[in-house]
Design a protein around this ligand. Sequence first.
Ligand SMILES: Cc1cc2nc3c(=O)[nH]c(=O)nc-3n(C[C@H](O)[C@H](O)[C@H](O)COP(=O)(O)OP(=O)(O)OC[C@H]3O[C@@H](n4cnc5c(N)ncnc54)[C@H](O)[C@@H]3O)c2cc1C
Length: 315
Amino acid sequence: MSSKKPDFPEHFLDNVGKPLKKSVLLNGYSNFKIGGKADYFFEATSILELTKSILLAREHSFPYFIIGAGYNLLFDDDGFRGIIIKNNVKGITKREKEEEIEALAGTPLRGLIQFSIDKGLSGFEFLAGIPGTVGGAVFSNAGAFGNSIGEFLKNAEILNRKGKRVKVKRDYFEFRYRHSVLSEKYDVFLRAVFELHQGDKEEIKAHIEENLEKRRSNHPPEEVACAGSYFKNPVLPDGERVSAANFLDKIGAKDMRVGGAAVYRGHANFIINKEKASAQDVLRLAKELKGRVRERFDIDLEEEVIFLSAGSSTP
Ligand SMILES: Cc1cc2nc3c(=O)[nH]c(=O)nc-3n(C[C@H](O)[C@H](O)[C@H](O)COP(=O)(O)OP(=O)(O)OC[C@H]3O[C@@H](n4cnc5c(N)ncnc54)[C@H](O)[C@@H]3O)c2cc1C
């Protein structure tokens, strides 16, 4: 237990108006179902709670880390020496302009898709089957089938490093393949306006069902503990982005396992928690996979899954 700042929980209660939870097991907050105890845990249900808790942690130089639904995260076996702030601030509204939707960062992607179907708005069909929140998706510019969420973001509100809530436009995020500026600037993403286009409800639903069917053919079913594709698709020297799974397949990844962590049989780029895996099992397996791909193809795979080590802190 971190004892560096014993008065932090009291300050937290005074400022945020709700108590911190102590010694919380993180394995329930990541779809990998792995992770030891965080010293402190707080679930924010309003933007005010979210911003106050982050500003307080920053003010006290108390290590913190913000999470959405934990579908792209691997927690450490030793948990986290600081406070995990779970963003559960959700809500969707339709804007005056017909094609626009505004969503808070903690809104589940599933809700966002359903809302757009109900309003007959097309664009988010590619998101069907990607689990998590709007915040997590914007952080990594989540995507599939050639589309990514950043393309549809018109403007947003963030809490910047100076502690100010500011409005920013799409360009601010510098969206690229599985990348946004949030991972460099450590702003907190609060809400966004997305611009879609009018569509036919039945066509939107059919397109979604088609996408879900494609996923079912090679992605693990919902109950499998994992965090999606483990590695980003690499770029070849000629600039072409190619599937990481192809290289992983060729090095025999699907037969590989370390402790309780294994590569999913149906897709070589998914590491799964097969049987009480530890974070160390997953990391060792990932290292082995990377090493073999480098050795055989001279390609450096980069992790898409985010590992939060116990002693790290958001700068
Ligand atoms: C079966 C499966 C399939 C998947 N398929 C895809 C896919 O096709 N395409 C794809 O792109 N991803 C895919 N993923 C990965 C995952 O669903 C996405 O990355 C998703 O966007 C994660 O959202 P989350 O809320 O769970 O984020 P988390 O895992 O909780 O967090 C991820 C990162 O986002 C940051 N973050 C979260 N909220 C905020 C915020 N409000 N402000 C600032 N930073 C924030 C966190 O600090 C963390 O660094 C898949 C995962 C699984 C398990």
